[in-house]
Design a protein around this ligand. Structure first.
Ligand SMILES: [Cu+2]
Length: 129
């Protein structure tokens, strides 16, 4: 006599137990780092020296820390453009039109832009954080 035993294997889906997400790595929050305005539009400061007359004088401009500032000079003489920022910037002006001098300011405050040879303050930048 022989007995046939059929074993029905039960398939256990034990693997469906979900394991808690222990490795919840935090999302990198890079949005709050400083200097978010690096790619801001440049502040344009047009300057003209013609026949010994400087325009403008004592103009006011506002800018932010890290924002590019571009001085565009039309001049018929040599001069020295001096930006009283921290650190300061000096640019040599030569006769010509549309010379562009670009810089940024790292420290908030009042920044004077002078022409040393003409002895004029062209503009004052109010630089904010
Ligand atoms: Cu100066």
């Amino acid at each position: 006599m022989s007995s046939v035993s059929r074993v029905c294997a039960a398939v256990l889906f034990a693997g469906l137990l979900t394991v808690g997400c222990a490795s919840g790595d935090p999302e990198p929050s890079g949005a709050d780092s400083a200097g978010a305005s690096q790619s801001a539009e440049a502040v344009l400061v047009p300057v003209r020296i013609a026949g010994g007359v400087v325009t403008p004088t004592d103009a006011r401009f506002e800018a932010r820390v890290g924002q590019p500032i571009e001085v565009i000079v039309d001049s018929d003489v040599d001069d020295e453009l001096h930006v009283h920022a921290e650190p300061d910037h000096s640019f040599a002006i030569t006769p010509g039109t549309g010379e562009r001098f670009r810089f940024t300011v790292d420290v908030p405050g009042r920044v004077e832009i002078e022409l040393h040879r003409a002895d004029r303050t062209v503009a004052t930048l109010l630089v904010r954080e």
